[in-house]
Ligand binder design. Structure first.
Ligand code: SF4
Length: 289
């Protein structure tokens, strides 16, 4: 298994940190285009609760985000990471300005854009291609699962064929694709999750983010959890599952994440996931054993 830190060090020759920035404040699942309730698990912050405020100019967001990590970093390099909501879901001219501003500083070595596969029209793809010729662009796609039944339950809002097309379009343009997968979605067996991971690898993704399902306050998932319809894994079960899944991932598909970290103030379950340091220590131990 190739982990992100190792990959970034090889690629950029130094330690590289992500700065969580914001550009867009909505998505088609929230603004009424496909729905207005959002994905069942998604917090009001659009799955980017640690990002800087989109109200601030990008330069200021970058300065603030750097300030947050300044104690850990002396001479690092950064990735400008647009995480929350759907970061290609806005007028192209606006996005062009924001993304160009974000990659302008010399110490920003790459751009990472979180989005949905159904928000990659021709104009956006052209913009991504232009940006990719200046600095490497990673596009992060929220697939979550390959199973249509689960996709319906979580209200993802697009079929698997849209994901396939998006990956092809991005790969044709030499843009790196990172795919988000949620582990522990209600109704999915270990075999179902293995199928999703295998599907992502076979699709040619350059990276994968494995995220444990978090039940967050204020979401519809919380209602289902309270009604006893959302079983949550123990840490031991999750570690065992990761061991099975990571064995399926070749080094050509970099593992960007082994678990998510929901904001503590919103986290309902599983509560063990709040102790990120302990969780990562245990996961690393199990995976290297
Ligand atoms: S996960 Fe993404 S697409 Fe789904 S509601 Fe949240 S921001 Fe929208």
């Amino acid at each position: 298994m190739k982990r992100l830190n190792e990959y970034l060090r090889e690629r950029f020759g130094c330690k590289v940190y992500k700065l969580s920035l914001s550009a867009v404040k909505t998505c088609p699942n929230r603004d009424g285009t496909l729905g207005n309730k959002g994905c069942i698990f998604c917090s009001a912050g659009g799955s980017g609760d640690f990002s800087e405020s989109p109200e601030l100019p990008v330069k200021e967001q970058i300065a603030r985000a750097k300030e947050r990590v300044s104690a850990k970093i002396k001479d690092g390099r950064y990735i400008a990471y647009f995480q929350s909501f759907t970061n290609t879901y806005a007028p192209v001219r606006y996005l062009e300005r924001v993304f160009n501003e974000a990659i302008e500083p010399d110490d920003i070595v790459a751009l990472s854009i979180g989005t949905r596969p159904d928000c990659l029209g021709e104009e956006i793809l052209e913009l991504l291609t232009k940006l990719n010729s200046k600095k490497p662009v990673f596009v992060e796609l929220g697939l979550q699962t390959m199973h249509e039944k689960t996709a319906e339950y979580i209200r993802r809002g697009y079929p698997l064929s849209v994901y396939d097309k998006a990956v092809r379009e991005l790969k044709d343009r030499n843009i790196e694709v990172v795919v988000h997968v949620i582990l522990g979605l209600p109704g999915e067996s270990y075999e179902d999750m293995e199928e999703t991971v295998k599907y992502v690898v076979a699709s040619g993704a350059d990276g994968i983010k494995l995220q444990l399902l978090h039940v967050l306050k204020g979401t519809d998932l919380e209602k289902d959890y309270e009604a006893g319809r959302v079983p949550v894994m123990t840490l031991d079960e999750y570690a065992g599952l990761l061991k099975r899944l990571t064995a399926l991932i070749p080094d050509t598909c970099v593992v960007h994440r082994l678990t998510g970290d929901g904001p503590k103030k919103l986290l309902v379950a599983p509560l063990w996931s709040a102790d990120k340091k302990k969780v990562l220590n245990i996961l690393n131990k199990v995976l290297s054993g």
